[in-house]
Design a protein around this ligand. Structure first.
Ligand code: NAD
Ligand code: MG
Length: 396
């Protein structure tokens, strides 16, 4: 029996993870569940899954959760606060940690899981964008295993040979082809984008996801974050990665080799496939996902990305090239801007403006070998303050 901690269990990835795990009760046991503020949602999961620990990041929500579980026989130990997230990510009885918190808030518990040598299933791409060097070093130093859940990165991982850690050139890889759906506004008239509502931005054509990543998909910042994520995961630079817009989201990414071969991973757009893959790896197990029907799919289309229509993707390319603290600034500004857009304080096209101006105000600084998480937390805090001021200036 493998013990699992699910960080962010009430979210879209968290719910899909519990669905997959419930299909294999003989293999997995849920040890800890965590959420931010949704005490109702976590209480329901606790009654069904019966974990040993339940963590609410928010202390008031933890008090509410204790009340909601007062009549439960054998209730979980309810903990609260950011430190408790790190604690349940490093428990000795846990072998696998699903990192599915959204945003930089997931960085510290993900690092804790890596430092405890766990199998870390990484959905929380922002952790890698902010703290790539630190997280990859923690994985190497503590014998952890980092497996990508992001569908594109999971696909790339599946298309690479087992020894890709020797370097992509050494194993004959010419480039990585990172697919993108293009989101709901792929073909929209650019003149209409300023008036887009949160509801329209969150209505993704192919995937059902949390609100933050849905907006990121609509601006294509998601692909920018994924570009940076891919550089860390596969030890490569942005020049070796080509973004390919593929509206059907059936091919989840591809790897092109020097001999002309191109390997792709295909499947229905359902996150339970990469989740089951990473849980069972190097074996395979059922995920509950419908088999792909190629006759129903019938055609696959491809086009280059439009960096004028999607300035967030261009900004992410620039931050990736600048390196150092730039990706952390990009991510912090984007989190602030997306939250402001979802609260209707700024318009859709203001997101890129806030991110661009924050990056301009906080030029990249190199991160030294010995510099740790404190620097990144400070960069994140400062960039949020700058972005907040930009939001005030843009406010509608
Ligand atoms: P979501 O908003 O549906 O869920 C987020 C989870 O994190 C919730 O359980 C929430 O309670 C918790 N959380 C939020 N803020 C927190 C905080 N400050 N402290 C502690 N916990 C907090 O998000 P999601 O769509 O499931 O995405 C989760 C992560 O996975 C993101 O990084 C996203 O980019 C990535 N991802 C998601 C998908 C998808 O299909 N949803 C696909 C690829 C990657
Ligand atoms: Mg993805």
């Amino acid at each position: 029996m493998i013990g699992i901690t699910v960080l962010g269990s009430t979210g879209s990835i968290g719910v899909s993870t519990l669905d997959v795990v419930a299909r294999h009760p003989e293999r997995f046991r849920v040890v800890a569940l965590t959420a931010n503020r949704d005490a109702q949602g976590l209480a329901q999961q606790c009654r069904r899954v019966r974990p040993a620990y339940a963590v609410m990041a928010d202390p008031q929500a933890a008090a509410q959760l204790r009340e909601l579980l007062a009549d439960m026989k054998g209730p979980p130990e309810v903990l609260s606060g950011a430190a408790a997230l790190e604690q349940v990510a490093a428990l000795p009885e846990v072998g696998v940690v699903m990192a599915a918190v959204v945003g930089a808030a997931g960085m510290l518990p993900t690092l804790a899981a890596a430092r405890a040598g766990k199998r870390v299933l990484l959905a929380n791409k922002e952790a890698l964008v902010v703290a790539g060097a630190l997280l990859m070093r923690a994985v190497a130093d503590h014998g952890a295993l980092l497996l990508p859940i992001d569908s594109e990165h999971n696909a790339i991982f599946q298309c690479l040979p087992p020894n890709y850690g020797e370097g992509l050139a050494a194993v004959g890889v010419e480039r990585i082809l990172l697919t993108a759906s293009g989101g709901p506004f792929r073909d929209a008239d650019p003149g209409t984008l300023a008036g887009v509502t949160p509801e329209q931005a969150c209505a993704h054509p192919n995937w059902s996801m949390g609100r933050k990543i849905s907006v990121d998909s609509a601006t294509m910042m998601n692909k920018g974050l994924e570009l940076i994520e891919a550089c860390w995961l596969f030890g490569t630079s942005p020049e070796r990665i080509q973004v390919v817009v593929h509206p059907q989201s059936v091919i989840h990414s591809l790897v092109q080799y020097v001999d002309g071969s191109v390997l792709a991973q295909l499947g229905n757009p359902d996150m339970r496939t990469p989740i089951a893959h990473a849980l069972a790896w190097p074996q395979r197990m059922a995920s509950g996902v419908m088999p792909l029907d190629l006759f129903a799919v019938a055609r696959l289309d491809f086009q280059p990305p439009d960096l004028v229509r999607f300035p967030c993707l261009r900004l992410a390319y620039e931050a990736a090239a600048a390196g150092g603290t730039a990706p952390a600034v990009l991510n912090a500004a984007n989190e602030v801007a997306v939250a402001a857009f979802l609260e209707r304080r700024i318009g859709f096209t203001d997101i890129a403006r806030v991110v661009g101006e924050t990056l301009a105000a906080r030029p990249s600084v190199a991160i030294g070998e010995g510099q740790g998480v404190e620097l990144l937390l400070e960069v994140d805090r400062e960039a949020r303050a700058v972005a907040d001021r930009q939001v005030q200036a843009q406010a509608v």
